[in-house]
Design a binder for this molecule. Structure first.
Ligand code: FAD
Length: 292
């Protein structure tokens, strides 16, 4: 099933994200965690792509399992970084063979050792280049991309970021999943601005349940997200008690999802980070709303 069809539901739909193992030896534990999440029957599951190359080969393997063994619609990520036209063609053949219809096309984070490298020879410089090629050559695939309510860290300003976002959509991107955010008002402001700029595709907010205090600094470092005072107080109060912090973080994420749905956003993506217990708890918290 295509993500654009999933998003036509007038009910709340929850999707969960998983990431592939970094090494062969951790494959089995990741496979089991992914299986537990798939058993929750989310509206779809997305599988990230290790742009550095190390984990990229497992993205397809995990994606195939989700689709074949559990029948859950699957969104396989693919990045420009570490890809060439030839490797993308190979990947697409495999994705097609596995019956997966959805691809999340990203630029990927530039590895530290390549930050100052000459990238003029790269086949794809921006996600838009990859999206344009994927959609032109595979019009039957459903292609998604990323967007940033708090601006991509490399952008000069939001106007510029939204200008490139519009180009991404014009290139064939059919839905956008957001970077994590902890204040829904940032998302509502962003939606207003992108709709005004003519970006009309569905936006799937990405919600990250913070379940331990260490995750907070890592999340901010990765995403540059603003931490509202309400969230900071919660970390101050519960950060040193792992069980309480987990419960409070899941409650905060649940609250964000309820507010999004109450404000007309039906499709929400949860950065469940290979944690079946967190995914299950969020789903249980929303059981009546989801009708599950
Ligand atoms: P782009 O859309 O290419 O944008 C990157 C920057 O370039 C932005 O500042 C943009 O404004 C600017 N830009 C765009 N087009 C142009 C242009 N034509 N000229 C000049 N500037 C331009 N990373 C992974 O490695 N693997 C994953 O699986 C993964 N999944 C993700 C899922 C989501 C939902 C999100 C939000 C992020 C994900 N990331 C992943 C991280 C992502 O790869 C990074 O945030 C990366 O830095 C940007 O990727 P992008 O696709 O948004 O890039």
């Amino acid at each position: 099933m295509k993500i654009t069809d999933v998003l036509k539901s007038d009910k709340l739909t929850l999707s969960f994200e998983v990431f592939p193992p970094k090494t062969e030896s951790s494959f089995e534990s990741v496979r089991l965690a992914v299986e537990e999440i798939a058993k929750l029957r989310p509206s779809f599951m997305s599988v990230t792509y290790g742009a550095g190359g190390g984990t990229s080969k497992y993205t397809l393997e995990i994606s195939k399992n989700i689709k074949a063994l559990h029948g859950v619609p699957t969104l396989a990520h693919l990045t420009c970084v570490s890809s060439t036209r030839a490797t993308v063609k190979e990947k697409i053949l495999e994705i097609r063979k596995a019956g997966i219809e959805n691809i999340m096309a990203l630029r990927g984070d530039i590895p530290a050792n390549l930050l100052n490298a000459d990238r003029s020879g790269w086949d794809y410089k921006h996600a838009t280049d990859l999206i344009f090629e994927l959609k032109s050559e595979n019009p039957d695939f459903c292609i998604g991309g990323a967007c940033y309510p708090e601006i991509h860290p490399e952008s000069q300003n939001q106007k510029e970021d939204i200008k490139y976002l519009k180009e991404k959509v014009d290139a064939g991107c059919e839905f956008l999943t957001t970077q994590m955010f902890f204040d829904n008002n940032l998302l509502y402001n962003f939606l207003y601005k992108i709709r005004e700029a003519g970006v009309t595709v569905p936006i799937i907010p990405g919600i990250m349940p913070i379940t331990n205090a260490n995750q907070v600094s890592r999340a901010i470092q990765l995403s540059g997200s603003f931490m509202p005072q309400r969230f900071k107080s919660l970390v101050d109060k519960f950060g040193s008690d792992p069980d309480a912090m987990k419960q409070a973080g899941i409650a905060y994420a649940t609250d964000q999802i309820i507010d999004l749905y109450a404000n007309g956003i039906n499709g929400v993506h949860v950065y469940s980070m290979n944690k079946p217990d967190v995914a299950a708890k969020i789903q249980a918290n929303l059981s009546d709303i989801l009708g599950k």
